[in-house]
Design a protein around this ligand. Structure first.
Ligand code: AR6
Ligand code: MG
Length: 321
């Protein structure tokens, strides 16, 4: 693939995470009917806890994950865990299991021991899937490595098999989107088949979800059915497939995919972030609306910093190959 396009796609997947997160956060926890009634379609960043365009735990953890990959030129568990803990800002709104994990890391527990203690057996929340875009980008042409690193990165805070499989699926979806040409049509069924074949799925949850997804590909406007069949809560099995579906039913346009994902209600910031990562990886930064890019928070670790991390990851792929 053309190197400039690849760079644009790396940036797109990481800024896409930030955008979906920021767009969804103001309506997090609301149902799709309440969103429709009170806001209509959400196409502009509403005011939020920390201001319009600000990010939550999703993007904050993605930043830490990318910093670690860049610093160590790949996965280093102790460093990644430490960066999750160091970047932790409670005002960003973290899940309870992840807060538990971050306190164990801060207390000095080795990273391999932390994840399984959360919820006594590991979390299957979507927290390890929402932050995984940099892994989908860095290993866009190494699916075996991508799978290994996605699972390891999940294990730090989300050691449950469903948490790890969710993170692997989301990272693989980002990498597949990066590998597709943005001006060509996406064959949704082919995308799903490839995805299922590239991840060894042990738990009997995701495969049936993808079957259901195929059956409802033509009816995204029936939100009731989509939410009932795929889910929209903060667990990985009830949100990673929903994000992939949001992308696959709106491949023609980044804005439409993310607006749709947020409009499904429930865990809107995270389903928005995951959809933004996949769709941004497909379209690239240059096809993301500028009004959204402009409003993103841009302090010390904001929009420009995220773009800089994405460029560093892109440079790593051209040096290594
Ligand atoms: N047993 C029961 N419930 C569980 C289990 C389990 N083993 N694992 C997860 N859950 P958590 P996250 C449920 O707390 O994944 C933020 O708002 C449980 O209800 O590990 O980092 C983000 O923006 C738990 O509260 O945190 C995302 O929206 C929930 O899954 C979300 O929270 C989330 O798992 C990410 O949260
Ligand atoms: Mg969040």
């Amino acid at each position: 693939m053309d190197s400039f396009l690849l760079k644009d796609k790396f940036i797109g997947s990481m800024l896409g995470t930030h955008i979906g997160d920021a767009l969804g956060m103001p309506v997090e926890g609301k149902g799709y009917e309440a969103i429709e009634k009170n806001f209509g379609e959400i196409r502009d960043m509403l005011d939020a806890r920390l201001g319009a365009g600000t990010y939550t735990d999703d993007t904050e953890m993605m930043i830490a994950l990318a910093e670690s990959l860049v610093e160590h030129r790949g996965f280093n568990g102790q460093d990644m865990a430490q960066r999750f803990a160091d970047n932790f800002n409670p005002d960003r709104g973290y899940g309870s299991g992840t807060i538990q994990a971050l306190f164990m890391i801060k207390s000095g527990m080795p990273w391999e021991e932390v994840g399984e203690r959360v919820f006594y057996g590991g979390s299957f929340g979507n927290g390890s899937s929402m932050r995984v875009a940099p892994i989908g980008a860095l290993y866009y042409n190494s699916p075996v490595k991508l799978h290994e690193v996605a699972c390891l990165s999940s294990r730090i805070t989300h050691a449950h098999i469903l948490g790890m499989e969710g993170a692997a699926l989301q990272a693989m979806a980002v990498s597949k989107a990066i590998n597709l040409h943005p001006h060509k049509n996406v064959d949704a069924r082919q995308f799903i088949d490839d995805l299922i074949r590239s991840i060894p799925l042990e738990a009997d949850i995701y495969k049936p979800k993808f079957k259901v997804m195929e059956a409802i590909l033509e009816t995204p406007d029936d939100k009731k059915v989509v939410v009932e069949m795929l889910g929209h809560d903060s667990s990985a099995p009830n949100s990673v497939p929903t994000a992939i579906y949001s992308f696959l039913t709106h491949t023609h346009d980044f804005e439409e995919a993310v607006v749709y994902a947020v409009g499904l209600g429930g865990d809107t910031d995270t389903i928005g972030a995951m959809t933004g990562a996949i769709s941004g990886g497909f379209h690239g930064k240059s096809r993301i609306p500028s009004r959204w890019l402009e409003i993103l928070e841009n302090g010390r670790k904001g929009r420009d910093y995220i773009e800089m991390l994405a460029v560093k990851l892109w440079k790593m792929t051209s040096v290594d190959s």
